[in-house]
Ligand binder design. Structure first.
Ligand SMILES: Nc1ncnc2c1ncn2[C@@H]1O[C@H](COP(=O)(O)OP(=O)(O)OP(=O)(O)O)[C@@H](O)[C@H]1O
Ligand SMILES: [Mg+2]
Length: 113
């Protein structure tokens, strides 16, 4: 299993949610409001060598734990939904998940997704 953390534009959240609800890999999601900056340090343009204090921009983080075989599909779905081509579109992080436990039933692993 893998955790997909996608940091996206706030206004893209509804589209991502809608796209996910249409797939069979839609086990669940966690969403939080975050502040952050990327390569441009929170500015639309950054002149090389210029020293600036980074500016924190409001973004949304979507977290999903999925089966290994569903990772690429999910990445494609998120990308297709959030891409504008402008800086600040966001980033997707993928990391391994050791185990999942459904509290109600004590199911473990993929069963618990
Ligand atoms: N290396 C990173 N580690 C943690 N969070 C990051 C990282 N890069 C980006 N983020 C988060 O993702 C958000 C969006 O980043 P952004 O899309 O601007 O990335 P970028 O690398 O600057 O790409 P682009 O050049 O397309 O803007 C940031 O506001 C920040 O919250
Ligand atoms: Mg950026």
């Amino acid at each position: 299993m893998k955790k997909i953390e996608a940091i996206i534009r706030t206004e893209k959240l509804e589209d991502v949610k809608r796209a996910l609800s249409r797939t069979e890999h839609n086990h669940g999601m966690t969403v939080c409001q975050v502040l952050g900056f990327g390569k441009q340090q929170g500015f639309a343009e950054l002149v090389r060598g210029q020293k600036v204090v980074p500016s924190l921009l409001a973004k949304v983080k979507v977290e999903m734990v999925v089966k290994d075989e569903d990772v690429e599909t999910m990445i494609e779905l998120i990308q297709a939904t959030t891409l504008t081509g402008e800086v600040g579109d966001g980033k997707i992080f993928v990391s391994p998940i050791e185990n999942v436990i459904r509290i109600r039933t004590n199911e473990r692993g993929e069963e618990a997704l």
